[in-house]
Write a protein that binds this ligand. Sequence first.
Ligand SMILES: [Zn+2]
Length: 133
Amino acid sequence: MASARCSHAHADGRPCGGYAVAGSRFCFTHEPDLASDRDEARRRGGQAGRVATLPESDVRVRSLSDVLVLVEETINDVRTGRVDVRVANAVGYLANIGIRAIEQGDLADRLEALEAVLAPERQRRVAARRSAA
Ligand SMILES: [Zn+2]
């Protein structure tokens, strides 16, 4: 049986999407009756302190395959507890920015190549018009 999803809607109308806790139509974050449990969890989280991060990192995100490698590694790291979910979320967010930058770079390169092809053609047409006049 599939778990029910949280009924909470964000300010912009998007549904929360979290899994509802047993016997509730809300997730742990949005169930009003669990407010004191949330506070307790937050306190414990604060005491637990440091976020799990890797000792060093020198990832490249110059191409889509670099990004794929990073995402793959991050999935494995978060699944085995080597990095904190918050770090994985930040990596996911930054990977998306990287993908957009790569896509825009590709677009700029293609535009430049197209302009290089079209410029001589344009000059030839201008010259032909001048000699016809
Ligand atoms: Zn929720």
